[in-house]
Structure formats: structure tokens, C-alpha cells
Design a protein around this ligand. Structure first.
Ligand code: AHG
Ligand code: MN
Ligand code: MN
Length: 333
């Protein structure tokens, strides 16, 4: 089998489809390199002294793990000097990170969830990194938070890495979704799946059922109907999976279909769900749509949401198209 590396894939994409400007190509390669470094740290586990908590909290009041902070630093350092970025923003940093003056400023802006699935770090279950790329608005001076507040439809690239039994990188630049596997011995990303497609129908759903008593009626109805199985209104049996790492749940859905849900619930009516629009929901929704799936917040297309804050949270329904449309329609009834 002829191996196609990430670099070769990007160069060919640039040449043939003209979809990837040179600066964006560099950006993606740098992010991929950072993910390789994170993967290496994750793989060391206790031997690398990377497990456990860091003793601090992030802007959302969540306890930070050592790997949350380390991964954030790896991504910042890798992306600062290349000249491809104007600024970065991260789930783990309260404010945006403009590129220091000593480096040239580029026209892209990078957002990331440096380490997704933090609760799984110490128990050796798949975790990952999620990233999203926006273009700096025309005529932007010193970057501000406002410059980042663009709807997900404006993303020019998005992707995630999963640090699991295999380390994979899944990427879209708006021209389909491709998967690269890290060859750990060679240290290179090799194209292993082209044009990933999510089947429109599925018999598998993912939701944290421990919150069911707090759900709003449309979610309860939708899940109850699936749980009723063959003799219920859906007339088929469904299976359930919940990994508690969005990257791993989404990766399963990109491979064999399914619907992933993290709804808003009645515990905190002012809080629109748990997941973050800019670092999790938007990049994943871009990938899912590019693979033929759908993504909403229960009411509208995720990628159409006009963000109002960098760390804004959102309800998430994404995956197999017919299922996402069904649960979204239940919200409209
Ligand atoms: P993070 O580790 O970046 O904070 O994200 C964790 C997210 C997401 O990956 C996962 O789907 C969800 O939180 C799990 O939440 P529960 O612990 O409520 O199941
Ligand atoms: Mn996350
Ligand atoms: Mn995280």
C-alpha cells in the first residue's frame, strides 16, 4: 500500500483543489506536530509524571489536570512563532493569547480544547485534542475577543486528535473529512481513511443517562422512545455508549454512525449545556456536517449560532442526520 503522509496530503490538496493556502497548511502541520507531542506525553502516563490534578481551576471553575495545562502549553508554544497566526484562544485560558510582538503575525486564529476528556486521563481511557481555525476579520488591528466571535460556519479548518489504542488525527478543511494515523515508530501521520461518512440512520446513541431526571421533555421523549426498542414507537432496538470523552464518542460516530447528545437541563436553566461552543461544539459540528451528518443545539443549526462569548456553553445534538433532525423536531413541537 502506498503511504500518503499528512504533508503530502496537504500539498496535494493545495495543488489540486486549491483549498489550502500555504499558511493554513503550515498551521495544520504545526497543530499536528503539537498533537504528536501531547500523544507522547499521554503515552508515558505515570512514567512521565503527567497524571493527576494540577491544583488549579480554569475560567469555568473546573479543576485542571496536569495534562490540561501541559497540552495547553504545548499547543501555545508550537503555534507562536510560525507567522501563521494572529491569536489563539483556549478552554484553559481566561483571555485570548495574541501572538507576541517578537513574531510575525498571520491571518488565522486558532481555538482549542487542549485536552478533551480530562476525567479519563487517570484511568487510561481515550482522550484527545479538539481545534478550530478561523480567519482574522479584514483590517483587524490588535486581536480582541470580539474578533473570535464568528459563527462556526466561518471555520476554515477543524479537527481533533484521539489519544487511544491508536493515535489518530481527523481533519476537515471544508472538503470532506479524512483520518490520519500516527505511525509511532516513524513519528509521521499517515492517511488511513478518506472521505469519512456518517450513515443517516443509526441504532446507537450517546448521552450521560445519570442526568435523565433533569432533562427537558423533548430529550426525555426522544430517549424513552429509543429505550422502548422493538415494541416501542421506533420499532427497533437501540444500543447505548458513553465514553465521557467527546473526541472518542464523535470518533465512533464518524466511523459507524450514532447520535451524541449533551443537552441543557433543568439544573441550571441559565446554563445552555456543558460543552463549549467555540472549542468543542463548533469544530465537531463542522466535521460532522462535512461527513454528511447534522449538528444542532436542539433549536438551530450549530454552525449558524452567533457566539456572544469566548467560553459560551451550548446544548449539543450531533451525528446521524435523521436522528439529529428527529430530536431537533421534538424541540420545536
Ligand atoms: P473536558 O475534559 O475538555 O472538560 O471535556 C469533557 C466533556 C466531553 O468530552 C464529554 O463528552 C463530557 O464532558 C463528559 O461529561 P460528563 O462527565 O458529564 O459525562
Ligand atoms: Mn472538552
Ligand atoms: Mn478540555
Amino acid at each position: 500500500m502506498k503511504r500518503v503522509s499528512l504533508t503530502q496530503y496537504l500539498v496535494e490538496e493545495q495543488r489540486l483543489n486549491n483549498s489550502i493556502p500555504a499558511e493554513l497548511r503550515l498551521l495544520i502541520e504545526v497543530v499536528a506536530r503539537a498533537c504528536k507531542t501531547i500523544s507522547h506525553a499521554v503515552g508515558k502516563g505515570a512514567l512521565g509524571e503527567v497524571l493527576g490534578t494540577a491544583g488549579s481551576e480554569n475560567v469555568q471553575g473546573e479543576v485542571q489536570k496536569k495534562l490540561d495545562i501541559l497540552s495547553n502549553e504545548i499547543l501555545l508554544e508550537a503555534n507562536e512563532w510560525g507567522g501563521h497566526l494572529a491569536a489563539m484562544a483556549s478552554e484553559e485560558m481566561e483571555s485570548i493569547h495574541p501572538i507576541p510582538n517578537r513574531y510575525p503575525m498571520g491571518e488565522y486564529m486558532l481555538l482549542f480544547d487542549p485536552l478533551d476528556g480530562s476525567s479519563n486521563i487517570d484511568v487510561n481511557v481515550s482522550i484527545g485534542t479538539i481545534f478550530s481555525v478561523l480567519k482574522a476579520p479584514d483590517g483587524m488591528g490588535t486581536p480582541t475577543e470580539q474578533d473570535f466571535l464568528q459563527p462556526g460556519s466561518k471555520q476554515v479548518a477543524a479537527g481533533y486528535a484521539v489519544y487511544g489504542p491508536q493515535t489518530v488525527l481527523v481533519l476537515t478543511t471544508g472538503n470532506g473529512v479524512n483520518c490520519f494515523t500516527l505511525d509511532r515508530e516513524m513519528g509521521s501521520w499517515v492517511l488511513t481513511q478518506r472521505g469519512m461518512q456518517i450513515p443517516a440512520d443509526t441504532k446507537e446513541f450517546a448521552i450521560n443517562a445519570s442526568n435523565s431526571r433533569h432533562w427537558y421533555p423533548p430529550v426525555t421523549r426522544y430517549v424513552d422512545e429509543m429505550l422502548a426498542g422493538e415494541t416501542g414507537p421506533r420499532a427497533k432496538n437501540f444500543n447505548m455508549r458513553w465514553i465521557a470523552s467527546m473526541v472518542a464518542d464523535v470518533h465512533r460516530i464518524l466511523n459507524r454512525g450514532g447520535i451524541f447528545m449533551y443537552p441543557a437541563d433543568q439544573r441550571e436553566p441559565d446554563k445552555a449545556g456543558k460543552l463549549r461552543l467555540m472549542y468543542e461544539a463548533n469544530p465537531m459540528s463542522f466535521l460532522v456536517e462535512q461527513a454528511g451528518g447534522a449538528a444542532t443545539n436542539g433549536k438551530q443549526r450549530m454552525l449558524d449560532i452567533q457566539p456572544t462569548g469566548l467560553h459560551q456553553r451550548v446544548a449539543v445534538f450531533l451525528g446521524s442526520k435523521n436522528e439529529v433532525e428527529r430530536v431537533t423536531s421534538y424541540h420545536q413541537e
